[in-house]
Design a protein around this ligand. Structure first.
Ligand code: ADP
Ligand code: GLC
Length: 509
């Protein structure tokens, strides 16, 4: 499946606060699980390190067996000794070793980061602990990583620790760091008095390293110290260097522009593939979709207690309910859209404000709107399979995975032209020639009328069967698997190595 590897295998430690199938709140989990698998298929030696959300995994389905490594580690956090144990498992279908950091006080919670819209008050301590354990695990288990690949603020401290405390020490002679930015809106900002939790010297609490606007900032820390920085789409890589997209860190990102690259996420073809998706009532391929997809649609309508009708377009949305995702546009144009003969299907959880609004909309339009509040993997797949149109009118979107799942599932996306949405969906415009390459509907201005018009255009096109079929075919024919992107990460790892070697040589001088 993958091209033969030409480089020597690397030992890659992938550090993340969530990874499928062990834990998930959003795309980060999909990406770390799938990237680990693809790097393994490319022949690299991958170790994935995640927190062990022990309570949550008790109810998870399809997890591989998890064992105790016997390793226990104690760190002193702000004068207090804190101990964790390390469990291990294997990523299904791969040779990837998964190490799960078990610290019940920090990770045996009902959620990963927040409850009722409020982050846990000890999030800084929880993820500083997790980050500080990662190099210790590498040392004690003699992992000797070539690269530690960190993701988001939860592991942003790791590059700083490697750079300032571990570089060149036994087991870290060859260790470069890479920081991937999945979302600049979440930076891990905490008040300055949390600095001792990081285990870093106060001299790093400055504008060039760990401080931003008076606070300790763990994402900035990662950006400042990592050998290479990536983000999850080429367009987002440009956006975050501007004042609109950088959330206050655009100065530093511009400064590190030569070390920053945007690599579009892929999708895990074993999990998100309509041909072999066991969560669909009737899996289908591009060739069999005319029989398979209607069955999925009827099943979805039945499951959500909507009238079972093939002639009505079903518009789906699966999303974290956050400002980022454009819910204000959706809510602001819902009444207008519902004047038409269509069904709206929502699955999501997050901001209680949007949850309430959606529930209320579903109560007012029981024949036209279904809103499921919660996290439901099977329904997410069934919405991708059973809808005709998928809505992603994001205010900003670093990459976005659901639009790629939609393309794969023959569900035509309506997206805003930002970040990874701009990089993955091609607009059908008035020019008939655009149908050759079009895969969806794209709008630019973040305005409810513009969004509503675009949805109306999609619904109108849905009724023009030959055009619609072509759009669906175009989307289903595309390859969004990790084949495209995984090897680009390997290039980044190599570049990170080059920079690390130069840095070490400089230190020796
Ligand atoms: P983000 O990471 O910003 O939330 P992405 O589009 O990258 O957005 O990824 C979202 C992932 O989370 C997708 O796999 C999507 O199906 C899943 N998801 C989001 N909300 C839910 C939910 N309520 N139930 C099940 N899956 C969900
Ligand atoms: C973030 C972004 C999303 C991206 C995901 C995985 O949560 O919001 O756009 O797809 O990370 O990289």
């Amino acid at each position: 499946m993958f091209e033969a590897r030409r480089t020597r295998p690397m030992r890659i430690v992938l550090a993340s606060s969530e990874a499928v199938p062990f834990s998930k709140t959003g795309g980060l989990a999909d990406v770390t699980g799938a990237l680990a698998k693809s790097l393994d298929q490319l022949g690299h030696d991958v170790v994935l390190i995640v927190p062990d959300y022990y309570l949550l995994r008790q109810s998870a389905k399809g997890l591989p067996p998890i064992y105790d490594t016997g390793l226990k580690l104690t760190l002193t956090m702000n004068g207090r000794p804190i101990t964790c144990s390390v469990n291990w498992s294997t990523l299904p279908g791969t040779q990837v070793r998964v190490l799960l950091v078990r610290q019940p006080d920090f990770f045996d919670r009902r959620q990963l980061y927040q409850e009722h819209g409020h982050g846990y008050v000890d999030n800084c301590e929880r993820f500083c602990f997790f980050s500080r354990v990662i190099p210790e695990i590498c040392r004690r288990m003699v992992l000797r990583p070539d690269v530690i690949h960190c993701n988001d603020w939860q592991t942003g401290l790791v590059p700083a620790l490697i750079h300032s405390q571990y570089a060149g020490s036994p087991g870290f002679e060859n260790t470069a760091t890479v920081m991937t930015l999945h979302n600049m809106a979440y930076q891990g900002r905490f008040w300055h008095l949390d600095m001792p939790l990081t285990g870093m010297d106060w001299r790093y609490f400055n504008f060039h390293h760990m401080e931003a606007w008076g606070d300790l900032n763990l994402l900035k820390t990662g950006i400042a110290f990592a050998d290479q920085i990536t983000t999850v789409s080429p367009t987002y890589a440009k956006e975050i260097c501007t004042s609109d997209g950088g959330y206050g860190l655009e100065g530093l990102l511009n400064h590190r522009r030569n070390d920053l690259v945007g690599i579009l996420n892929g999708i895990d073809d074993d999990v998100w593939n309509p041909e072999k998706d066991s969560l669909l009532p009737s899996p289908y391929s591009a060739a069999t979709r005319s029989t398979g997809k209607p069955k999925c649609k009827a099943h979805l309508q039945e499951r959500l207690k909507l009238p079972v009708r093939q002639d009505v377009p079903v518009l789906g949305m699966v999303s974290r309910m956050a400002d980022q995702k454009g819910f204000d546009l959706v809510m602001g144009s819902a009444e207008r859209l519902l004047k038409q003969d269509l069904q709206l299907v929502f699955l999501g959880t997050g901001d209680p404000h949007y949850e309430g609004q959606l529930k209320e909309l579903a109560q007012r339009y029981p024949q036209k709107v279904a809103a499921e509040i919660g996290f439901d993997e099977s329904l997410a797949h069934q919405i991708e399979g059973g809808s005709d149109i998928f809505l992603m009118p994001s205010r900003f979107e670093p990459c976005g995975l659901n639009q790629m799942y939609s393309l794969r599932y023959g569900t035509v996306p309506v997206v805003r032209k930002v970040g990874g949405l701009a990089d993955s969906v091609t607009n059908l415009n008035g020019d008939p020639a655009s149908l050759n390459a079009a895969t969806g509907f794209v709008f630019t201005d973040y305005q409810r009328d513009v969004f509503a018009q675009t949805v109306e255009r999609a619904v109108e096109t849905y009724r023009n069967k030959p055009v619609w079929d072509r759009l669906v075919q175009n989307g289903m024919a595309q390859d969004w698997s990790w084949n495209r992107s995984a090897s680009r990460y390997v290039d980044v790892y190599q570049r990170a190595h080059g920079r690390m070697a130069a840095r070490n040589a400089e230190n020796r001088c």
